[in-house]
Design a protein around this ligand. Structure first.
Ligand code: IVH
Length: 668
């Protein structure tokens, strides 16, 4: 028997490892281990925690709810209501705000906190005795929607609060937002699937949080910053905003990174700095929020029915401008989809010259009724590609010309195929497509080769050194040094990074190949199910479609890719260049009765832990959910099953005993 100390040490080691892998997987997009190895560690940790509940750490990665399906959102009443903020738009207006406050309080100088104003959506999280109990959107301020399951899938949100003094009851308030990088990743995927892109990161964040299926939320990386408290009891004394942030940090609640405390002068400096530097942040802010630091002073000053009198938002100048659309270019993507891009009369928006704006697809052009020569409203949000928001039809002179949908590929000249809302070049030898594939292959979404940007791809391509993704793996110092602006140090770093990326799990290869319809998530699902690269060579569309979450579009794209002798030759060349593709799972068996079915486990199981049972279901192509709904296929009821069993009976969902489940899964 292992000593308690050894078990505790193993437990700490597992938490640290899993956290490291999470960081690489979710934040850096560069998985260090394949999913099977990761799952194994999670299972080991869960089983230790089950046997020794006292070792379960507050921040344990097992505390994250994985997959719960809800049927809509329940209502949550906010107490006190979630108010909005008054706005000011200039330094003078801010002085007036300060003057009003000083008059009421009879004070000479006030200490304010000044924070960034995140452009996302406000949420409230209830922690009951330190445990995340319920989370909701702001809604109308009085009543919001219960999005607990979705919030649980945000990794940055702790399931349990840390720190020395855990409040009995806490409603923490903050903003859920999406980074530009994630926004663009999601919109690329939507574009490739022919779906309407999200207009901006805020809409994308809201759309992702208000998903009925939390699995969708979990696939999108949302961020959160907490900036206030609704109610607190039994916690540490919190006299002001500064102390509150210190408490949040200790508790594990992410706080705004940039905060200052001080007088009006300090606020102005902060504001001016961020007006200039907002685009370096990687996410949208639309101003700063100025709040009285001291909570007792806040109470004295009070609120109107809508907003507090002790805080105000100092908004940034608009990021929209009116300009003229002069012409349209057609860009060829790596899967051949043609994206129209508008050339604009250059215009300064928030300190940056904007000359081009994406028009997304030809449906979007029709929806906007956009014509060449039109006056258009353009929005620029951070690093996000500027976008045409609307046409000012009243400014038309009659000389505007319609935008043609091209018939031929602008790069290779071959006839384009029209596929629902998009237009595609289907020529496999198209140079533009090839170059895009190369760029994708080295990028963060591909193999993530460091110091290998699109510029270098272009230079190597133009020099005739790199013509295929296999050439990238074959690069040596001589080839790299042959291009301009390449030093020895840099070339060594690049080669080292290529070497490192030569050993990858199957899912990473699938993703990096840039197969149409196959993004990160699909790549993982497919790789886990098929297990090895060889299996993909002669897999049928039906076999692919038997995999949970794989539809005809994905199946067809994968079949098409692996059905092409040219692509197979390319993979052979990559393998010959030293690529090692690790199998995704050791054993795979998609079981007929289990694949595609949703299981909910309830009550105490005797032969295995719930986590193990859920892992078994997923291993066999099924889905394990946390709550019972009409979509549930089976509820497996162990001893002392309660409300979930009740609900299953009400909904007529099939109930299995643990033995029946065991038989179904093949006696494992
Ligand atoms: S304090 C009583 N601080 O801005 C009002 N709000 O326009 C408490 N927001 O609904 C809000 N960043 O969604 C506060 N650092 C920040 C914020 C922030 C973004 C949002 C929040 C609020 C809206 C008001």
């Amino acid at each position: 028997m292992k000593s308690k100390r050894a078990i505790r040490e193993r437990c700490d080691e597992l938490v640290a490892l899993i956290e490291k892998y999470n960081h690489h997987y979710y934040t850096l997009d560069t998985p260090l281990v394949d999913d099977a190895a990761y799952d194994e560690l999670m299972r080991e940790l869960a089983s230790i925690e089950e046997k020794h509940p006292e070792l379960r750490r507050l921040d344990s990665p097992t505390s994250k709810v994985g997959d719960v399906i809800s049927d809509g959102f329940d209502e949550v009443r906010h107490d006190p209501p979630m108010q909005s903020l008054g706005n000011v738009f200039s330094g003078d207006e801010l002085s007036e705000f300060d003057g009003r406050i000083r008059k009421i309080l009879g004070t000479e100088e006030i200490v304010y906190s000044v924070e960034l104003k995140f452009d996302g959506l406000a949420v409230e999280l209830l922690y009951d005795a330190g445990r995340f109990d319920r989370g909701s959107t702001r809604g109308n301020g009085e009543i919001g929607e219960d999005v607990t399951a979705n919030l649980s899938s945000i990794r940055a949100i702790p399931e349990r609060l840390g720190g020395d003094t855990v409040p009995e009851y806490l409603t923490a308030r903050g903003e859920v937002y999406m980074t530009h990088r994630e926004f663009e990743r999601i919109n690329r995927g939507r574009g490739e699937r022919g779906e309407q892109p999200f207009a901006n990161p805020r809409n994308a964040a809201a759309g992702s949080l208000r998903q009925i299926n939390p699995r969708v939320t979990a696939e999108r990386e949302l961020s959160i910053a907490f900036y206030g408290i609704g109610k607190i009891s039994g916690g540490p004394a919190l006299p002001d905003q500064q102390t509150m942030f210190q408490f949040f940090k200790k508790a594990g609640l992410p706080c705004p990174e940039n905060v200052e405390f001080g007088n009006l002068g300090r606020i102005r400096e902060f504001y001016n700095y961020w007006v200039q530097n907002r685009h370096s942040l990687g996410y949208d802010i639309d101003g700063v929020v100025v709040k009285i630091n001291d909570f007792a002073m806040r109470d004295k000053i009070g609120s109107t029915s809508k907003a507090p009198r002790w805080a105000v938002a100092w908004k940034f100048p608009a990021q929209e401008a009116i300009t003229v659309l002069n012409s349209v270019d057609y860009q060829v993507g790596r899967t051949g989809v043609i994206t129209p891009v508008g050339n604009l009369d250059p215009i300064n928006i928030g300190g940056v010259f904007v000359k081009r704006a994406t028009l997304h697809n030809f449906n979007e052009i029709a929806r906007l009724d956009l014509r060449i020569g039109d006056a258009v409203k353009v929005i620029r949000a951070g690093d996000v590609i500027p976008k045409v928001l609307a046409v000012l039809a009243e400014k038309r002179t009659g000389s505007e010309r319609p935008i043609e949908t091209p018939e031929e590929c602008p790069s290779c000249g071959s006839a384009l195929s029209r596929e629902e809302i998009y237009v595609r070049c289907v020529n496999n030898d198209c140079e533009a497509k090839l170059q895009e594939r190369l760029r994708f292959f080295v990028s963060k979404d591909g193999l993530d080769i460091e110091f290998f940007g699109p510029d270098l791809v272009q230079r190597l391509y133009d020099a005739g050194i790199v013509q295929s993704v296999a050439d990238i793996l074959r690069l040596g110092a001589a080839e790299l040094l042959a291009v301009e602006r390449m030093g020895e140090k840099l070339s060594e770093k690049i080669l080292a990074s290529i070497e490192k990326r030569k050993r990858i799990p199957l899912s990473s290869l699938l993703r990096a190949l840039g197969i149409r319809n196959v993004g990160e998530h699909v790549a993982r699902v497919v790789a886990q199910s098929v297990g090895s690269l060889e299996r993909l060579y002669n897999i049928t569309a039906d076999e692919l479609m038997a995999i949970n979450e794989v539809g005809p579009g994905v199946a067809e794209s994968i079949r098409e890719f692996f059905g092409s002798p040219e692509n197979l030759r390319l993979i052979d060349e990559m393998l010959a260049a030293g690529l090692i593709v690790a199998d995704e799972v050791v054993e795979t068996r998609v079981l007929k009765g289990v694949a595609g079915k949703t299981f909910v486990f309830t009550g105490t199981l005797v032969r295995m832990s719930r986590t193990e049972a859920e892992a078994l279901v997923e291993k066999h192509g099924g889905r394990a959910a946390g709550s019972v709904s009409k979509k549930t296929d089976y509820v497996v009821a162990g001893g002392e099953a309660g409300s979930k069993l009740e609900k299953a009976r009400q909904l007529g969902v099939r109930v299995l005993t643990e033995d029946e489940f065991q038989k179904m899964i093949g006696g494992e």
